[in-house]
Ligand binder design. Structure first.
Ligand code: ZN
Length: 453
């Protein structure tokens, strides 16, 4: 069901919740719903700065005002014009006080109902953060508490709607219940990849940070606010890098929105772009698992590939390499999972096949939403590299002549991408994008994909 800024995922399963847990979840869903009206006040597609800034203010005027008052470009303030025409910043918790009191009240009611004391404390710190802006206190508690099967993220979180400065956070909420079996699989992948990675690093503070990456796969019950608009299939929070380095991060995979993406895009794309004979070896469910694993491999790999000066060096090319390197590194890391018999060769192949399908899915997203061009370009680099090396061939659709060749190409590409991120220059990045980043390969399949575009 989609109702403006709320998406409710219908599920027949009761997720093994007790009667009291069900009451808690009900309250949390009410709290999540109550976030949507605040998001709607912030959203405005007619302006690149949405409703975060006065519509008559230029980028320069806002940037100049921020020099005198740093709260102007805080992620958590609305900028308005005072009577004398000056730009002033009003904290979110002041601006949206009435609505936030309602949300906080519902969270506190849920806290009174839960029998899990840590979770009750989490809901209280979260409610307080909404009312007084202490988001960091609440985030730290969330990141350091023992994972609990019920989870909620609620507040001003993602910056995508501020296309003027990419600073202001929009309100959103989700409520989910852990899928324990799939979470086990994700944790197994994470532990394996992180420990393999640790062996290649020299002792540093990074090692400590690697221990604090958490991953979970959730049955999502509701999306509200920004996330209902973008329908993300995964999230990796917090966004604050300093906080992430100190306290780790929590990766959440949203199974319901993932399944929708798989059924409406990844799977039909697979049938549209691969050679027919090649398709036969991969039934739907093995592909679904392969694609889901791509989601968590990507998120797990992001923090492993963080190099502090990369953004300054690679400038506008940084997001291209940041995203594709995480995807390629994740799949490459599965080679050792195969060697240790954690996954079968067929499962690894399914991960690779869906990697290619997901590349086309990003191109389709880009056609609808040009803001995600860096994903499409990054995947184009991978596909063009595979074609150049004969790792995949195109003849009546894609196929690969030989699994080992595909795997070796992945390894080579992953190493080159990491070298570029860790020490490459702006000109080297530019050269790679010019040589391999052409979207023409996707265009060639446009007739096959006409039902999806
Ligand atoms: Zn990413």
């Amino acid at each position: 069901m989609k109702n403006g800024s709320i998406v409710i995922f219908k599920s027949k399963a009761d997720h093994g919740l007790t009667a009291s847990e069900k009451k808690v979840v009900k309250k949390l869903i009410e709290a999540a719903k109550a976030i949507a009206p605040i998001y709607q006040k912030q959203e405005n597609v007619a302006h690149s700065g949405a409703n975060f800034y006065p519509h008559d203010a230029t980028r320069d005027e806002i940037a100049a005002a921020d020099k005198n008052d740093r709260s102007i470009l805080s992620p958590y303030t609305v900028v308005e014009r005072s009577k004398d025409g000056k730009l002033i910043a009003i904290p979110y918790h002041v601006k949206y006080k009435t609505q936030l009191e309602k949300v906080a009240h519902l969270l506190k009611e849920a806290a009174d109902l839960t029998q899990n004391r840590d979770f009750a404390k989490r809901l209280h710190t979260q409610a307080n953060a909404l009312l007084d802006g202490t988001y960091e206190v609440s985030d730290i508690y969330w990141l350091t508490m023992k994972p609990y099967k019920i989870d909620i993220a609620i507040g001003p979180i993602e910056r995508y709607n501020d296309q003027l400065f990419f600073t202001k956070c929009s309100y959103q909420a989700w409520v989910g219940i852990m899928d324990e079996k799939q979470t086990e699989d994700a944790v197994r992948f994470k532990d394996f990849i992180v420990s393999a990675r640790r062996r290649t690093l020299t002792p540093s503070e990074k090692v400590d940070f690697l221990n604090k990456i958490q991953v979970r796969v959730d049955n999502t019950l509701i999306f509200s606010g920004l996330i209902a608009h973008f329908m993300f299939t995964s999230s990796n929070l917090p966004n604050d890098v300093k906080l992430m380095e100190r306290y780790g991060s929590e990766i959440t995979i949203f199974k319901e929105s993932f399944n929708k993406k798989f059924d409406t895009e990844h799977r039909p794309i697979f049938h549209a772009i691969f050679e027919e004979k090649f398709q036969q070896g991969y039934p739907a469910e093995i592909l679904r698992l392969g694609s889901l694993r791509n989601s968590y491999l990507h998120e797990i790999s992001h923090p492993l590939l963080r190099y502090r000066d990369a953004e300054d060096r690679l400038k506008e090319y940084f997001p291209v390499f940041d995203e594709i390197a995480a995807s390629v590194f994740g799949v490459k890391a599965c080679g050792s999972l195969l060697l240790k018999d954690v996954i079968s060769q067929k499962e690894l192949e399914a991960i690779m096949v869906t990697f290619v399908a997901r590349a086309f899915s990003w191109w389709i997203s880009y056609l609808k939403e040009p803001g995600v061009v860096h994903y499409a370009q990054g995947f184009a680099i991978a596909i063009n590299f595979f074609l150049e090396n004969g790792a995949i061939i195109e003849s009546g659709g894609f196929s690969w002549p030989n699994f080992n060749k595909m795997f070796l190409a992945l390894e080579e590409l992953s190493d080159s991408l990491e070298t570029l991120i860790s020490m490459g220059s702006y000109n080297e990045a530019k050269h790679v994008v010019e040589k391999y980043g052409s979207l023409e390969i996707f265009e060639r399949f446009r007739p096959n994909l006409k039902n999806l575009i």
